[in-house]
Design a protein around this ligand. Structure first.
Ligand code: ARG
Length: 479
């Protein structure tokens, strides 16, 4: 009998080598040990790993696989291990490879041989899939709460600015006047869909892989519904192979997160433009900005700039996970260990960016006069003049041409359409009457767009109230 084949006592169980060493003729190469280890990053799953182990051991005891006494010992041991981790006293060991084996080995050190029974009827494959789902579920809940906080701030600001007029842009050229409240509610629509995607992703991920074991299930009389219920899952997964093989739930979250980041990046871009001296539409409170070490006059919109920059990570992590998954044969492969850093990075990026935005966006200070002035320049009511001519019976294409000529005239003489006299305007078309000036004003322009989804103050007030109600309903208990 070689050294390897000797039965070891729990005190001897020091490293992963001791967890599977029975089959091995030589120890793992030191570099390979570091290369294959994940404890450096997956340790943040510790709380979920312990929760999964508790549910598993309780279920094994109910099924008669563990005695009550053994289960009690395991539960107490897990409490002690978690205590060490939370107090920062836990010794994380790279030779124990990952969070699962670190915890199990420490449990065995603390409670003796009974600790070795915990892994009955499960595998790290269903364990890690369970941990990740539990982790991501909690993170999605946190992200949704921040998203709701951000949306609430935006909607409140929108309701205060239902009458504030600004230029609406296409191609970043002044297009038509809109209300600032309407623009803010457009942001809210983007974020509302983002929230819906998180709800959807959470619903699909909330199933329990526990019991799939390595890939084929287990020979023990396990109760998968019991562990699923204990961990707050809606059900147990239906296929053991799929349970340990797929990370589509993480990819789905990363896709939803990449869209959130893309939306935050677009909003950032607007804030960066709007805070520039050239636009001057809004002021960001100083606490969200930094200065320059050389140019004393500078106040830089660092928060939106960083958020815009960080959106690249979210896209990168999504592509990394899609690529990680795409060629793997069923069932589990070690490739999947690579899912964590990308997922963790997206989770923390989205969490931090949403938090910064939820703090900052409601605090932006619009400069109503600058917005109005910008809307007055750039012929933003030209379409209103064309629509006026259409109402007088002129086909739209002809009206478009007439107004185009009037605008060209104004460009040449450095004035606005509303600066032209009635006689000047009639020179472009005889159908134009005194009432044309009602449609050439900014107020006339936004008031006229009074249909569902339009920019008129009345509609914006209505939309802001509906959005606020939807957010309140979302936060209501039991939602
Ligand atoms: N650390 C591993 C991971 O993150 C846990 C599962 C390992 N399973 C295995 N059969 N080697 O995926």
């Amino acid at each position: 009998m070689t050294q390897k084949q000797t039965v070891m006592s729990d005190r001897d169980m020091k490293s992963s080598q001791d967890l599977w060493g029975g089959r091995f003729a030589e120890p793992t190469d030191a570099f390979v040990q570091r290369f294959t280890a994940s404890e450096g990053f997956d340790r943040q799953l510790a709380g979920y790993d312990v929760a999964g182990s508790r549910a598993h051991a309780n279920m094994l005891a109910k099924a008669g696989v563990l005695t009550e006494q053994e289960n009690n010992l395991i539960q107490q041991g897990l409490t002690d291990v978690l205590g060490e981790i939370e107090r920062g006293e836990f010794e994380w060991r790279v030779d124990r490879e990952d969070v699962h084996m670190n915890i199990e080995a420490r449990l065995t050190e603390l409670i003796g041989d009974t600790g070795k029974k915990l892994h009955t009827g499960r595998s790290r494959n269903d364990q890690v899939a369970t941990d990740l789902r539990l982790y991501l579920r909690a993170e999605i809940d946190a992200a949704m709460a921040e998203l709701t906080r951000l949306q609430s701030g935006i909607v409140l600001l929108a309701s205060k600015h239902a009458d504030t007029i600004m230029p609406g842009f296409t191609h970043l050229q002044v297009a038509q006047p809109v209300t600032f409240g309407h623009h803010l509610l457009a942001w809210n629509e983007m974020l509302e869909r983002d929230h819906g995607r998180l709800v959807d992703c959470r619903r699909r991920l909330n199933v329990s892989p526990l019991g799939a074991a390595a890939l084929a299930g287990t020979t023990f009389p396990i109760d998968r519904d019991a562990t699923a219920a204990a961990l707050g899952f809606d059900a147990a997964t239906r296929n053991s192979l799929d349970s340990v093989a797929d990370r589509d739930f993480a990819i789905e979250f990363c896709a939803a997160a990449a869209l959130i980041m893309s939306h935050l990046s677009r909003i950032s871009e607007e804030l960066i433009l709007w805070t520039s001296a050239q636009f001057g539409f809004v002021r960001l409170p100083d606490r969200f900005c930094t200065g320059s070490s050389i140019m004393p006059q500078k106040k830089n919109p660092d928060v939106p700039e960083l958020v815009r920059g960080k959106s690249g990570r979210a896209t990168g992590n999504l592509v990394a996970l899609l690529t990680l998954m795409k060629s793997q044969p069923l069932a589990y492969n070690k490739d999947n260990q690579e899912d964590k850093e990308a997922l963790f990075d997206t989770v923390s990026t989205v969490r931090d960016c949403l938090r910064a935005f939820a703090d900052m966006v409601p605090a932006i200070e619009p400069n109503e006069e600058a917005m109005r002035q910008a809307a007055l320049e750039g012929f933003s009511t030209a379409t209103d003049l064309a629509d006026y001519l259409v109402r007088a019976g002129i086909p739209f294409r002809d009206a478009h041409e007439v107004v185009g000529k009037a605008v060209a005239h104004c460009v040449a003489s450095h004035c606005d359409l509303s600066d032209l006299s009635l006689t000047d305007l009639q020179g472009f078309h005889s159908a134009i009457q005194e009432d044309v000036f009602d449609v050439l004003t900014l107020e006339g322009s936004v008031l006229a767009r009074n249909h569902f989804g339009g920019t008129s103050p009345e509609r914006v007030r209505e939309a802001a109230a509906a959005a606020a109600d939807a957010l309140t309903a979302r936060q209501a208990p039991g939602e």
